[in-house]
Design a binder for this molecule. Structure first.
Ligand SMILES: *Cc1c(COP(=O)(O)O)cnc(C)c1O
Length: 398
């Protein structure tokens, strides 16, 4: 398959004149999504009413959509299921992994991990009251910190702030050699670069769909469990739709077959409909083509910004194999610079304390967009356009 990125770009509805480099945080609207969601509302919900669960296939949607995500993350069909938000899926994977490795008490993560993952681990350790503990080390020290005290590693493959990428194969192999399980958070991986969950032997993986996968705000998360573990996992969030026979209404929980047991409650049907429209675009994308295009765009942006903005410091690793699909620069006035850039219709985002973050998404970003973004940033820096009180007041979401 050769991916036609000019064709995929035409499938998105982006505001005129906007260069959108924030698809790593919230993907833009697939043109087909509005009609798809409207049809689900009027033809399915409106006409079928409760019959939609069977007739429109709402009840099977979490596994069907999971199978389509599976292709993008190197997983076999029947190993991925949709539901809830990523934070919840992190908790679920973590509780299951600890239960599978009962003699050990340490969860290993890194200090660059997204806070919600760390918070969920902290909350779970507190709930378990059995001496569980979260240990965090610097990202570059993860491999060496894996020893036979570690129950599970909980690592986000691509750092949300710096774009630094871990070596999934090496960490998974070291963890397994030490008798630890692995949880991979693919929040900044799924739809950003190829992953080979089956090939690397990852035990659990989780991710969200509203970033690179473009399911829209509030889109559901996914969870993967390796096939050899799927029937051994004891779900901590033992909801009725993960039960072996939800409609038997048995008062006692009995886990469903394989990955189905990681379902919790009622699926978000409307959000899944939006995601299905986005996945119709993904069906036309080859992940190797995506990676090649992403590296071209990120290399171009790094080169153009470094040539024109000497006071911005590159935070993202320069080496291609060490990074995902975003580029970050630091500057003490990072917040104001980003606000000025957004006012000039180039949208990236800011992450405390001083990071300007830009996501590169070949599905709808091309070389001309990169040049426009770099030139606009250069003008803002050269003319100090950021030095204006209107760009200094922080909004709730940065
Ligand atoms: C975006 C992100 C989240 C967000 O979790 P939600 O529950 O979907 O809000 C969690 N973890 C990581 C690593 C993320 O990048």
């Amino acid at each position: 398959m050769t991916t036609d990125f000019a064709a995929t770009k035409a499938f998105f509805d982006l505001p005129q004149g906007v260069t959108y480099l924030d698809g790593n945080s919230l993907g833009p609207l697939p043109r087909a999504a509005a009609a798809r969601v409207a049809a689900t509302i009027t033809d399915e919900w409106g006409q079928m009413l409760i019959g939609g669960w069977n007739k429109a296939g709402w009840m099977d949607q979490p596994s069907k959509v999971g199978d389509r995500i599976a292709r993008l993350i190197g997983a076999a069909a029947g190993t991925v299921v949709m539901g809830d938000t990523l934070s919840v899926k992190v908790y679920q994977a973590l509780a299951s992994a600890l239960d599978l490795n009962p003699t050990r008490r340490i969860i290993l993560s890194d200090t660059g991990n997204f806070p919600s993952d760390l918070y969920m681990a902290q909350g779970l350790c507190r709930m378990l009251c059995q001496g569980y503990e979260l240990k965090t080390v610097a990202p570059e020290d993860v491999l060496d910190a894996i020893d036979d005290t570690i129950a599970v590693t909980m690592i986000t493959e691509v750092d949300y702030r710096t774009g630094r990428k871990h070596d999934m194969a090496a960490i998974t192999a070291r963890a397994h050699a030490a008798g630890a399980l692995t949880i991979w958070d693919l929040a900044h991986t799924a739809g950003a670069l190829p992953v080979d969950l089956a090939g690397t032997g990852a035990d659990f993986a989780v991710g969200c769909t509203y970033k690179y996968l473009n399911s829209g705000p509030g889109g559901p998360a996914f969870i993967y469990v390796a096939p050899h573990l799927a029937n051994k996992v004891n779900p901590a969030l033992s909801g009725w739709l993960g039960h072996d026979a939800p409609f038997a209404f048995d008062p006692d929980y009995r886990p469903g077959p394989g990955i189905e047991r990681m379902r919790v409650g009622t699926p978000p049907v409307l959000q899944l409909a939006a995601l299905e429209a986005a996945l119709d675009i993904w069906d036309q994308v080859d992940m190797a083509d995506l990676r090649a295009a992403s590296l071209r765009l990120t290399d171009q942006f790094i080169a153009e910004v470094e040539a024109s903005c000497p006071t911005l410091a590159l935070v993202t690793p320069r080496e291609q194999s060490m990074r995902g699909s975003q580029v970050s620069f630091s500057h003490p006035q990072g917040y104001a610079i980003m606000q000025a850039l957004i006012a000039h219709r180039v949208i990236g985002d800011f992450r405390a304390p001083d990071i300007l973050r830009f996501g590169f998404t070949p599905l709808f970003t091309d070389a001309a967009d990169v040049t426009r973004a770099a030139e606009t940033l250069a003008r803002i820096m050269a003319d100090k356009l950021w030095d204006n009180p209107v760009y200094m007041t922080r909004a709730k979401v940065t």
